[in-house]
Design a protein around this ligand. Structure first.
Ligand SMILES: [Mn+2]
Length: 280
């Protein structure tokens, strides 16, 4: 398996133009591999207050003592490295289904790229990491429309772009720019598609969603699933399905229900102990 260890020369080559004040951190990194110990403990999970307020974790999720800014869109930003991470884009899912005679709305790629463009404009990342299953199938890159391909290349201009391989897209593809790697290790964190349970893993693949009951009404949202040691990111792509965090796959990964579902809200995250989340 090809592994990639990020060093100072990669992803740290261009000057920082950090957007998104209030995410914390934000200073340009002087070393890719040396981290100060966290100045505060891991953010406690805020459970709903009586009356329905869900509580907010203000967007920071700690993994292996590193505070990552979790965006309500489902992306992750690591300010110290100017690193923006998105998982499971599943681009060209619509055209993949259409080729098999099953209709899905055809503009999923454009919609996903537009959301990604908004994030890139906001964070101005030095490096974007797509955490695997970036295309729904191996033929996806060739089916990109000219407009979508131009959009993608526009997003890549002036920054590094790393495609992590996934089970849907295990092979490097032509015409989509970027570099292809199976994993990316940066400091204490390893970005990979399939969860392994290892400390410091930031993964995708499972498309976590959480379901809770608020004042008698069930709410089901995509979420980050994390326990302070490892994280599973939500799928970023349009029209991607989700797997309930109460499914066995998550119990297998985290060992117990001692993890947190950080549900994606309109403009912030809502954190719930997994044990509070409902099964489907
Ligand atoms: Mn996958």
């Amino acid at each position: 398996m090809k592994r990639f260890v990020l060093n100072q020369s990669a992803c740290l080559s261009s000057p920082s133009r950090l957007a998104g004040e209030g995410w914390g951190g934000g200073h340009a990194a002087t070393s890719a591999h040396v981290f100060s110990p966290p100045s505060r403990p891991a953010a406690p999970v805020d459970l709903p207050r009586k009356g329905g307020g869900e509580g907010s974790n203000r967007g920071d999720i700690v993994v292996a003592a590193i505070a990552l800014a979790a965006d309500p869109s489902g992306a992750l930003y690591w300010p110290e490295h100017g690193l923006l991470v998105v998982a499971d884009l599943h681009l060209e899912k619509g055209s993949s289904y259409a080729a098999r005679g099953q209709f899905l709305p055809p503009y999923d790629t454009a919609a996903t790229l537009a959301r990604l463009a908004g994030l890139i404009a906001h964070y101005a990342p030095r490096c974007v990491v797509a955490l695997g299953d970036s295309f729904h199938d191996g033929g996806g890159p060739a089916r990109l429309s000219a407009a979508d391909r131009d959009s993608l290349h526009g997003l890549q201009r002036g920054r590094d772009w790393i495609w992590i391989t996934g089970n849907h897209d295990p092979e490097p593809a032509a015409g989509i720019g970027g570099e292809f790697h199976d994993t990316l290790t940066l400091g204490a964190l390893t970005f990979r598609h399939l969860p392994t349970g290892a400390a410091g893993d930031v993964c995708g693949h499972l498309h976590p969603v959480a379901r809770i009951s608020q004042r008698g009404r069930a709410v089901r949202r995509r979420c980050f699933a994390a326990d302070g040691t490892r994280m599973v990111m939500p799928a970023f792509g349009a029209f991607t399905g989700g797997l309930n965090v109460r499914s066995a796959a998550f119990a297998d990964l985290f060992g117990t229900l001692a993890f947190t579902a950080h549900m994606l809200g309109q403009d912030r995250l809502y954190a719930f102990h997994a044990g509070r989340c409902l099964v489907d």
